[in-house]
Design a protein around this ligand. Sequence first.
Ligand code: 87F
Length: 522
Amino acid sequence: NFGSVSTMSSKNQKKKETGLSISYKKNENFSEWYSQVIVASELIDYYDVSGCYILRPMAYNIWEKIQEFLDQKIKESGVKNAYFPMFVSRGALEKEKEHVEGFAPEVAWVTRNGSSELQEPVAIRPTSETIIYPAYARWVRGHRDLPIRLNQWTNVVRWEFKHPTPFIRTREFLWQEGHSAFATKEEAEKEVVEILDYYARVYEELLAVPVIKGRKSEKEKFAGGMYTTTVEAFVPTNGRAIQGATSHCLGQNFSRMFNISYETESGERKLVWQNSWGLTTRTIGVMIMVHGDDKGLVLPPRVAPTQAVIIYIYTSKTPAEDVQRLREKAAELRDTLAAAGVRVELDTRENYNPGWKYNYWEQKGVPLRIELGPKDLEKEQVVFARRDDASPSGKMTVKWSEVAARAPEMLETIQAALLEKARKERDAHIRYVNTWEEFMSTLDGNMVLAPWCERIECEEEVKKRTSPDATEKKVVAGEAPALSGSAKTLCLPFNQEELPEDCKCFCCGQKATAFALWGRSY
Ligand code: 87F
């Protein structure tokens, strides 16, 4: 589904037919570029249920890397994994009215088996509070049963009606959801920020995507909880912010509804303090959008299924014994690199020329290409070509004897360079404003920090005044409607400057209580 073909040049059309190259430019048609990249790189294939996509091995492997990192972190902190059923009874789902109310249209129900109607339809989990908390109520008796700290890695289903985008907004997605119950508020709050920090590290240390940590406004928080913390990322190409993951302090709202309480030593019953937190396969979409380029995917080395590819080069004039030596040396280098812990592949296909292979692996985002040609045989060297830097300075020669030491170094250099570049670009799109006029003239393409009163009515006013109707913005054909939405608060950043004295809200003029980060978002 690449949209209108007539806008492509015949050269691009040819490339598309051979599956060799990305014909859309990231800067010119971002949404078509994205669709093309995820398919050409073999991350995603389409499926005949709207909003659902196949995660091919490349995508699933990246998810496994994220899982490995986060799973280890949360286990070290004492959280255990479990698995709860995917079906929710109507009674359980509707127990906590406030929480499900706004979400009800997104809940998918199983109403039939074969041709018979179920006596009592069951819902497919959109999130598992109503599945897990009845069990917590049974499991908690005394204070010795606390804390309970469980996580599960699952799929969830939310029957969204907004325009779907692979990884970013899908009707089924993969995530982890953590649910803890403590005797004290302090413990629950401490874990909320501890987990948020792991989420920030997934983005920054694995995906090389900078994020801003903060608290959601009253309007944007999870309605069932007390407060929501979030990591927010930014896609410079279209100026959209995107929520990266959330960690909620639930207070005692759910323990009250589900009667999760314990007896204290003095014999009183007290409600537990809870939190919940989730990170999804959206992470992968954000990474693609931030790092990808006109040649295709650009993968940060720490999550790249293949970190380095070796390509040997020869022509019809290369003597047969040299070709043989190239093959042998390339295989030897592959083994050396694999032994050094590099996820390496050797492209031995003889029916494709080197140019085609370069293109192929670039499209797949492999961070490091190692070239070995006839001239390199005498000099006992290879050429390193960085995926993130196509300039001549992105190429360098490396002695065979040093390849095993230099390749891991280079991968770490690339990892750091990707984060640095993304951070510079993101930072260039963060703007401070003080007035409504400044806000409106800055909003397009940027995230805006503005002194704010934190009132829900004020945020609603901003939403109205920045809606496509109010701003006479046209919905761009072929572009997701999400790309033309109103401005909202992304978060109140934890890390923020002190407000000047007597500072007024940029929108309503009432007393400002904090800087809020605003943007148009996914
Ligand atoms: C859709 C349908 C029904 C989001 C929904 O963020 C219910 C919900 O409760 C719903 N979409 N939510 C909020 C989920 C809150 C929370 N759950 C645990 C998380 C992280 C993991």
